[in-house]
Design a protein around this ligand. Structure first.
Ligand SMILES: Cc1ncc(C[n+]2csc(CCOP(=O)(O)OP(=O)(O)O)c2C)c(N)n1
Ligand SMILES: [Mg+2]
Length: 563
């Protein structure tokens, strides 16, 4: 064999493999080819050949969120890496540790309007926690390391731009010394903060506990604290599967996907304990000083609420320290009222489930409630942005170890299918269910070919309501006559049958359950297209909120509005 030096591309692959990267979601081409070739020859990393780089970024993000480990994606010059951007925005805003390699044209032609020339550093500046370009071979290992460590340590996207000519040069630094470290996100609260928090809580008559995803890992501790304080528990959409099952004090979400019982508890408690959240909407947490917020990311404290006290700590350690410091409350009136509201909402929410619609107009609430009954205890659900967020927020419940991935903070359409690919690749053997809108599904429909190519046993549910229904509702609420929201769809099941999918279209609600059982039991890729009611729009937030969103324009099909 020829005695030659390691190339930068080979060094990159070695460093990624040594750093635990198992898959590279990408489309190869031009400046990325040397890296692709090195991956193939090395054999430790599986190249997952996607059909759109945006999907590659979503898939990497899903893998990272599901495994808690860093995942990687790449795009070739110009349009190749430009396509990554929406998925990377989502990953970054989800605090998903993702490394993105943006290969680019040769350094000699930078700044000359060369074919496919972009400036990756400018391009990715707003969707990354680290974003640099290596111009010399010597920079590559240290920049890669810094990008990976930033992705892990800060929670987000690390981008390294690598010009084509650099990838083929001889490597310079020994790569084995540059692998990232994982650290526990433990941040103990100070004694003083615990004392202040306990004082505020002990002198309050009523407490409400709002849990974001930062509390998702410690449901038992939240339960103990809530029980001691007789406090209602409100969750975010993102933390719902982890925190709502076996949580006796749970009273719903808060916000536009939320329930008025949760909203009211936060609005009326003497003290609101806000745990591990970046809930994005202002106006829901108290504007007056009656909140304590806890977050490992101290820069998030007080962003949406006027705080009595901001505590930098992880939720786990905070509850451990707080529990012995607070006095047990005995008055359950506040909690009982909130639980009663939650019960009223749940009863109302059963109406469209008991009355699941007509042929050609299946209630989506029934669809998701049925899925909730049939899905595995450890299913991974990936959910597109649109009305599916409403239905999954209302009807998807936690299992032993279910997970839900969605575009929670970025709110992008089309995330569900590529996230399902990442989940299926990262967790073979686990049931992965993609819940798409017909609009979102069509946007990255090419990824069906990726599913077919790798024979991923993803179960794809499409809510075919022939519309951008969420936007139709938005326009109605704002007083517009909805326009440009209709979709003419093919029969999606017939469309994917030639790919070898198990596929069915359901129009009759009476046939949904059996079709769903067949779909979930299918061996390989499977698609279920459900023809749903375009106008289903049952919301459970308060009338006050509805008035704020659309004064005087309440529609009769908004069920379950409360006090
Ligand atoms: C990439 C992207 N484009 C546009 C939007 C604005 N938007 C939000 S929801 C939505 C409609 C979604 O339609 P569909 O996927 O059919 O779901 P439905 O609401 O009908 O259930 C649109 C256009 C967005 N969030 N993301
Ligand atoms: Mg739709």
């Amino acid at each position: 064999m020829e005695d030659r030096k390691t190339t930068v591309a080979e060094q990159v692959v070695n460093q990624l493999a040594e750093s635990g990267v198992k898959h590279l979601y990408a489309i190869t081409g031009d400046s990325l080819n040397a890296v692709t070739d090195a991956i193939t020859r090395d054999g430790r990393i599986k190249f997952i050949h996607m059909r759109h780089e945006e999907a590659a970024a979503f898939a990497a993000s899903a893998e990272a969120q599901l495994t808690g480990k860093m995942a990687a994606c790449a795009g070739s010059s110009g349009p190749g890496h430009v396509h990554l951007i929406n998925g990377l925005y989502d990953a970054n805003r989800s605090n998903a540790p993702v490394l993105a390699i943006a290969s680019t044209c040769a350094s000699a032609v930078f700044g000359t309007e060369y074919f496919q020339e972009t400036n990756p550093t400018l391009l990715f500046s707003n969707c990354s926690v680290y974003n640099e370009m290596a111009i010399t071979p010597a920079q590559v290992p240290s920049m890669l390391h810094a990008a990976m460590q930033a992705a892990i340590g800060r929670g987000g996207v690390g981008v390294v731009g690598i010009p084509e000519d650099v990838t083929t040069k001889d490597a310079i630094t020994d790569p084995t010394t540059f692998t990232p470290s994982y650290v526990n996100r433990t941040d103990l609260p100070s004694e003083e903060d615990i004392k202040s928090a306990a004082n505020l809580i002990n002198s309050a008559k009523t407490v409400a506990i709002y849990c974001g995803y930062g509390a998702a890992g410690v449901p038992e501790k939240v339960k103990k604290l809530a029980d001691k304080l007789k406090a209602p528990v409100i969750t975010s959409y993102k933390s719902q599967l982890e925190l709502t099952r076996d949580m006796p004090n749970y009273v719903g979400h808060m916000g536009y996907l939320g329930m008025w019982s949760g909203e009211e508890a936060v609005a009326t408690a003497d003290i609101v304990l806000i745990l591990g959240t970046n809930f994005p909407y202002p106006g829901f947490f108290p504007a007056e000083k009656r909140s304590i917020q806890v977050d490992v990311r101290a820069y998030r404290l007080g962003k949406r609420a006027n705080l009595d006290l901001g505590v930098r700590a992880d939720v786990d350690s905070f509850i451990d320290a707080l529990l012995p410091a607070v006095e047990e409350k005995t008055d359950t009136a506040f909690l009982d009222k909130a639980l009663d509201g939650w019960k009223q909402i749940q009863d109302k929410m059963q109406e469209p489930v008991k009355n699941p619609g007509k042929v050609g107009c299946i209630r989506p609430e029934y669809m998701i409630a049925t899925l909730d009954r049939l899905a595995a205890d450890d299913a991974v659900f990936t959910v597109d942005t649109g009305m599916n967020n409403v239905w999954t927020a209302h009807y998807l419940t936690g299992g032993k170890s279910r997970r839900m991935l969605a575009s929670f903070m970025h709110g992008s359409m089309a995330n569900a299918l590529p996230m399902a690919i990442g989940a299926a690749v990262a967790a073979p053997g686990r049931q992965v269910i993609s819940i798409s809108g017909d609009g979102g599904f069509a946007m990255l429909m090419g990824e069906l070919l990726t599913v077919a190519q790798y024979q991923l046993p993803v179960k794809i549910l499409v809510a075919d309501n022939r519309a951008l229904a969420f936007v139709k509702w938005e326009m109605e609420m704002a007083g517009y006559n909805p326009s440009e929201v209709s979709l003419q769809n093919p029969d999606f099941a017939e469309m994917v049958k030639p790919l070898g999918f198990h596929a069915e279209t359901v129009t009759d609600p009476a046939k949904l359950e059996d079709a769903m059982k067949r779909w979930l039991a299918a061996d390989g890729p499977a698609l279920l297209s459900v023809v749903t009611d375009t106008d289903a729009a049952s919301f459970t937030f308060s009338e006050k909120l509805m008035d704020a969103a659309a004064p005087g324009n309440h529609k009769s099909n908004f069920i379950a509005l409360g006090s």
